[in-house]
Design a protein around this ligand. Structure first.
Ligand code: GDP
Ligand code: MN
Length: 409
């Protein structure tokens, strides 16, 4: 998907079931680490990035282990990225054969490089179930999906065994009730004798899901061991990126997730969540997604190329302006910046002070055009008179000014 269409996904048309491309997908080992904090049973294991570490980890597990490629795509089993090994040497050998190489993942539609593997205790699998929680935007609820036909893609199950899938929309006020779980378990083909285990597992998973603002928590397979214990054989957790400011503890996971764009990584690090890096040379900052997109359109119409999409949200506090501007200017391609701020509840003069305070403490050697509209816009623009900032009265004027100053080289 192109970056431009990602913006559309983010601001206009979220996907039907939870999430979009900006959301933070966690690697399996990270997801399991998070789930373990909530008491969800996960296998003992260790992540490793060299064959030697893999051998050590396998030895620590007593010899037999599962070695699993850590990539943000499912179908690793089919891709040749998962192997049960009988000795530390065999684990090391398998790891050496995949680490640093690329495997083809049908789900990702291409090759992915294996930089890390998870070495886990091999589970004595009796049965494989499927359990998922996701956000269903249509019903605006979190939905449980339960099936006794785990291990394979849930889409495949939906196709081949449509009757073997239980679905339950959780009432946000009533929460998860035991009889709801009983019903969804029955629909999904889970035997009544396992209801107690399932209920415990689901409640913990749900707690982890809600408390971390996830929009997907998928356990496939949920392994039922030979002695009847439930344990997460796999974990796919996706966190709503707009909530990351509430979860500083998840930031360590974001570093190693699949966010390949250095600018977007830096944005997340700074706590700026509504930023998308683009290819042009004109930085765009505004308040409100629609306004920012309108500004991008106008810049394009004037013959310029946007370098980013950055929505700073309501108000324009000096600290936020400074932080945003520093981020945008750290892109070496950026040759000019346009601010488009609509003062609603926030008055234009306050906004202008925010921008002035935000800009005075950093070194700026590119033109910055500021368009202010709404409440007290005149007073705001007057405040900018004695600065290097270039005022504009309309969005069109702002776009034309910045494009003429930057050119479109
Ligand atoms: P995915 O294919 O990317 O979803 O990766 P999974 O973690 O789901 O692993 C794929 C398959 O490997 C599972 O469905 C299992 O059949 C197998 N597998 C994973 N862990 C173990 C294990 O501990 N023991 C055994 N015997 N098989 C495992
Ligand atoms: Mn899986």
């Amino acid at each position: 998907m192109s970056r431009a269409s990602r913006i559309r996904v983010k601001t206009q048309k979220p996907t039907e079931t939870g999430g979009d491309e900006l959301d933070m997908k966690m690697q399996e080992y990270q997801g399991k680490e998070l789930l373990a904090r909530y008491g969800v049973p996960v296998p003992k294991g260790q992540v490793a990035d060299t064959p030697e570490q893999v051998a050590e980890a396998a030895a620590a597990l007593g010899g037999t282990a599962v070695v699993k490629a850590q990539v943000l795509a499912g179908g690793r089993g089919k891709a040749g990225g998962v192997k049960v090994t009988k000795s530390p040497e065999a684990a090391q050998e398998f790891a050496a054969s995949i680490l640093g190489t690329e495997l083809y993942f049908a789900q990702a539609g291409g090759n992915l490089r294996i930089d890390r593997v998870l070495v886990e205790e091999a589970l004595p699998i009796a049965k494989e179930y499927y359990i998922g929680i996701t956000t269903d935007r249509a019903s605006q609820r979190n939905v449980f999906i339960v099936s006794s036909q785990g291990g394979m893609d849930i889409e495949e199950v939906a196709h081949s065994h449509p009757d073997a899938i239980g679905r339950l929309a959780v009432d946000p006020f009533l929460g998860v009730r035991d009889f709801d779980i009983r019903r969804v378990a029955q629909q999904g083909g889970i035997p009544a004798s396992e209801l107690k285990e399932l209920t415990l597992f689901l409640k913990k998973l749900y707690q982890a899901y809600v408390e971390n603002d996830a929009n997907l928590a998928e356990i496939n397979p949920l392994v039922v061991t030979q002695d009847g214990t439930f344990i997460a054989g796999d974990a796919k957790i996706v966190i709503d990126d707009s909530s990351l400011f509430r979860h500083p503890d998840l930031a360590v996971f974001a570093e190693t997730s699949d966010e390949t764009d250095a600018m977007e990584k830096e944005a997340h690090r700074r706590g700026i969540n509504n930023y998308v890096h683009l290819d042009g040379n004109i930085g765009i900052i505004g308040n409100g997604a629609g306004l920012v997109m309108g500004t991008m359109d106008e810049v394009k119409r004037a013959g310029g190329e946007p370098a980013d999409f950055l929505d700073i949200g309501g108000g324009a506090k000096a600290e936020l302006v400074k932080n945003s501007l520093e981020l945008v200017l750290s892109d070496p391609k950026v040759k000019g910046v346009v601010f488009n701020i609509f003062g609603g509840i926030t008055r234009g003069d306050e906004v202008a002070r925010g921008i002035l305070a935000g800009t005075e403490s950093i070194k700026i050697d590119v033109p910055i055009v500021v368009r202010l509209a709404g409440t007290n816009a005149k007073e705001g623009l007057a405040l900018l008179k004695n600065s290097d900032l270039i005022p504009a009265e309309t969005m069109q004027e702002a776009a034309q000014k910045i494009v003429s100053l930057v050119g479109n080289d």
